[in-house]
Every structure is written in C-alpha cells, then in structure tokens.
Write a protein of this length. Structure first.
Length: 183
C-alpha cells in the first residue's frame, strides 16, 4: 500500500511538473502561432489581391480598346525601344529603373484607369513591373484611380509579328501621331 501511495505521489508530481513546465514553456507559443498564421494569411491575401488585379490581354483585344481614353500602354523594355519601334501612344518606363519611377508613371497615367504593360515578349519584365505597380498601389493609401493592371500577351514582338501598327518616333512619351501599319 505504501508503495502504491508513493508511486501515485510520484506520478502526480511528474504530471503536475510536466503541466507547469508545459504552460510556462509554451505560454507564448500559441500567440506566436497565431501571429505567424495571421501574417501569412495577410501577405497571402495581399499577394492574391496583387495577382488578382493583373490580367492578360491579347494584341487584338488591345487594338480594339486602344483608342479609348482610359487606357495607357506602358512599355517596360530597356534599350530595345529606341531601335525596335513601339506601340503608338505608349509610355516608356524601362524595367531596370521601373521601381523608382512608379510615382512618375502614376503621374503620366493620370486619368487612366487601365494600364497595359508589355516588354519584348511579356514573359519576365512586363509581368514583373505590373506586379510591382500592383504592390505599390496595394501599399499606398492614395487612390490614384488605376483599376485594371494588364499585361499584353506575347509583348511587343508578338504585336509586331502579327502585323499590328508600330510607331518609330523618338519621343519618350509617344503621342501616337506617326502610327503606321507595319510593312
Ligand atoms: Zn511613337
């Protein structure tokens, strides 16, 4: 009997000790789980929002929408723009300096609610800059009126290869006045 009693005491001691160790040790743990989870949830939602606001547009869709005054085409190619020509009326914001120039892009696109990004193929630079703008807008408190961020499928090369009009003016912000069908 004595033996069982001491065994019982010993076991309850172990259990209590474990319990208090557990609560002391793990007290901050549920909070950290919660905050990690919350943080992940938040950033995922922000990413999702940023991703959701970027859609793709084909060359023919863009051609039919292009004359609307609410659309700005943003060319983010680097040097190629100067010798390959460009889509008439497009703005030029080279990808290598894009991040720093977002405020001036917003200024240049004032009054436009749809921005269509492209680079040569719209595989890397175009979508990357579009995402950067979406992230910038998600973090910014100001509503600058940009509702749609799009990427032109197949980029400028696809546009040109389909025989769509290419402008060869040398202005940084093309006014689209020298638009001519590709020969
Ligand atoms: Zn031009």
């Amino acid at each position: 009997m004595e033996y069982f009693l001491s065994l019982f005491k010993f076991l309850s001691y172990i259990l209590l000790k474990e319990f208090f160790d557990f609560t002391n040790y793990y007290f901050p743990f549920p909070m950290s789980i919660f905050s990690c989870f919350w943080r992940n949830l938040r950033s995922e939602r922000e990413e999702e929002m940023a991703a959701r606001s970027i859609t793709y547009i084909t060359g023919s869709q863009l051609l039919s929408l292009k004359r609307r005054p609410n659309i700005a085409i943003v060319d983010v190619r680097d040097d190629e723009r100067s010798y390959d020509g460009h889509i008439a009326g497009s703005l030029h914001f080279a990808s290598d300096t894009f991040r720093d120039k977002i405020p001036s892009l917003i200024q240049a696109a004032n009054g436009k609610d749809t921005l269509v990004f492209h680079c040569a193929l719209s595989q890397v630079r175009g979508p990357k800059c579009a995402r950067r703008l979406a992230e910038y807008l998600a973090e910014s408190k100001d509503d600058v009126g940009i509702r749609n961020i799009m990427v032109l499928e197949r980029g400028f090369n696809g546009w040109e290869a389909s025989g769509r009009p290419v402008c060869r003016c040398t202005e940084v912000f093309c006014k689209g006045h020298t638009e001519q069908p590709q020969q």
